[in-house]
Write a protein that binds this ligand. Structure first.
Ligand code: NAI
Ligand code: MG
Length: 500
């Protein structure tokens, strides 16, 4: 691991991390009710990066109250959909104007290469807000012809209204901190909801900077509240809160189940975007010049910390060795280092805990007989780095083949029969994404229908767009984010019926 010159840190970023950051409640920046703060770390060095107000139950109560007030009364409710859309668009413009600052904050807090944050995380967040801004004026109901057999001769006008679901709690993870905030906030705001957002404790900074731009854009007070804190305290309080109408969660399947249980108290609506163990199928007629970098990117993008990471690479037997060697060569070439170094291609994992979790999976894999063609260890001495790793000699029931590792580790497996590989691909509790690589386009579409996953990529991977719905089958979650499907998560349908 070599360290070249790091980029110059933006002055605003420097001053943002030196001051303890407060939380946004009812349009005011406030300290935690307890006065407590917690530290967020720079994963490239393991050093403390900034102090952040630690939200707990009482702070959540205050934020929910502010969101309720903003929902029930005040300017947000009276605002036209056009005005609402313009505000969301303005927020997108502001993020874009501060692109470099956001990219640097993401790198400092999460570890990802700044060159990636500049072209992926931040522009995707901007685009998401713009896409959802357009929806604000297009959320419509229907007029519905009705017959009502027991009132013969009567005439009715019946129609539906799509109304905001109300006060929404949004709990997000650390892998794409700003982008996950955008995926959550965009559709909720377009629908007219008010929000309490809880960023992950590992990466609260970009959401808090976003909060400043939300104030600058002119969103009415209390429409968006941001309460940083830990999952077991702030997160759990939000999921259980009786004043919340809907909770949207992205994170581990384990915590998703806790959120669901907590939501049962007042039967709040729930949407969940959870884990994955996505199969990536390579057929022997595929163009290997595209497949090899594609399969490497499928797992190594964002250091494998993607819920849709292509972590099970099934390759037709005839080309197995060539593909594995190719992906391993790509892995070897990846420049691992601090995200602020502009030549870095892979940064550290987000936390010591995540590094230990991934190393634990590697150990379990080796104990069960898996072999690393490349990688297999931690990288560097300081920081939370792990080598890009390609495992072979795995079998379907091994832990590394069944469980989400959430690190730069792919299991490569040869296959002979298409039916068998489809069955193996679907043999998992998750169903978030899948991919198939082949030149036979009709075969590709047939396979796409067989794969039990919310996204299927053909001859590509990790392709995201604000217009394309994303979410999971099976234990990968409930509901779809992005696209117009996302609006369903944040609206209720009201049937209105008038006798004429
Ligand atoms: P996590 O599920 O604990 O954290 C995600 C969010 O949930 C954070 O904001 C956290 O504060 C919050 N949270 C934690 N416990 C909570 C509770 N009891 N009630 C309400 N909110 C709670 O994920 P963690 O521990 O950071 O990562 C563990 C594993 O989860 C990863 O190794 C990965 O497999 C998976 N994961 C999946 C993600 C995805 O995009 N689907 C994102 C992050 C993690
Ligand atoms: Mg951090």
């Amino acid at each position: 691991m070599s360290v070249a010159a790091a980029i110059q840190i933006d002055q605003r970023v420097k001053s943002f991390v030196t001051k303890p950051r407060k939380m946004l409640v009812g349009g005011e920046w406030v300290e935690a009710a307890s006065g407590k703060t917690f530290a967020t770390f720079n994963p490239a060095s393991g050093e403390v990066l900034a102090q952040v107000a630690e939200g707990e139950k009482e702070d959540v109560d205050r934020a929910v109250k502010a969101a309720r007030n903003a929902f029930e009364s005040g300017p947000w409710r009276r605002m036209t959909t056009s005005e609402r859309g313009r505000l969301i668009w303005k927020l997108a413009d502001l993020i874009e104007a501060h692109l470099e600052e956001f990219a640097q904050l993401e790198t400092l807090d999460n570890g990802k290469p700044v060159v990636i944050a500049r072209v992926a995380d931040v522009p995707l967040a901007v685009d998401l807000f713009r896409y959802m801004a357009g929806w604000a004026t297009k959320i419509e109901g229907n007029t519905i012809p009705i017959s009502v057999p027991y009132t013969p001769g009567a005439q009715y006008l019946a129609y539906t209204l799509r109304e905001p679901v109300g006060v929404v709690a949004q709990i997000i993870p650390w892998n794409f901190p700003l982008l996950m905030a955008a995926w959550k906030l965009g559709p909720a705001l377009a629908a007219g909801c008010t929000v309490v957002l809880k960023p992950a404790e590992q990466t609260p900074l970009s959401a808090l900077r976003l909060g400043e731009l939300i104030c600058e854009a002119g969103f009415p007070q209390g429409v968006i509240n941001i309460v940083p804190g830990y999952g077991e305290s702030a997160g759990a309080a939000l999921a259980a809160h009786p004043g919340v109408d809907k909770v949207a969660f992205t994170g581990s399947t384990e915590v998703g189940k806790l959120v669901l249980a907590a939501a049962a108290g007042n039967l709040k609506k729930v949407s969940l975007e959870l884990g994955g163990k996505s199969p990536n199928l390579v057929l022997k007629d595929a163009d290997l010049e595209v497949v090899i970098p594609g399969a490497a990117n499928a797992i190594f993008f964002n250091h494998g910390q993607c819920c849709c990471a292509g972590s099970r690479l099934y390759v037709e037997k005839e080309i197995f060795d060539e593909v594995v060697e190719g992906v391993a060569a790509q892995a070897k070439k990846i420049k691992v280092g601090p995200g602020l170094d502009p030549t870095t291609e892979m940064g550290p994992l987000v936390s010591n805990e995540q590094q230990q979790r991934v190393l634990g999976y590697l150990e379990a894999g080796f104990a069960e007989g898996a072999k690393a063609v490349v990688g297999g260890h931690r990288a560097g001495e300081a920081g939370y780095f792990v080598e890009p790793t390609v495992l072979v000699d795995t079998s379907q029931n091994m832990k590394v083949m069944q469980e989400e590792i959430f690190g730069p580790v792919v299991c490569a497996v040869p296959f002979q029969e298409l039916d068998e590989v489809i069955q193996a691909a679907n043999d998992n509790i998750y169903g978030l994404a899948a991919a198939v690589w082949t030149r036979d386009i009709s075969k590709a579409h047939r396979i796409a229908r067989e794969l039990r996953a919310g996204s299927v990529w053909i001859n590509c991977f990790n392709i995201f767009d604000a217009a394309l719905p994303f979410g999971g089958y099976k234990q990968s979650g409930w509901g779809r984010e992005m696209g117009h499907d996302a609006l369903e998560l944040y609206t209720e349908v009201k049937a209105v019926c008038a006798r004429l």
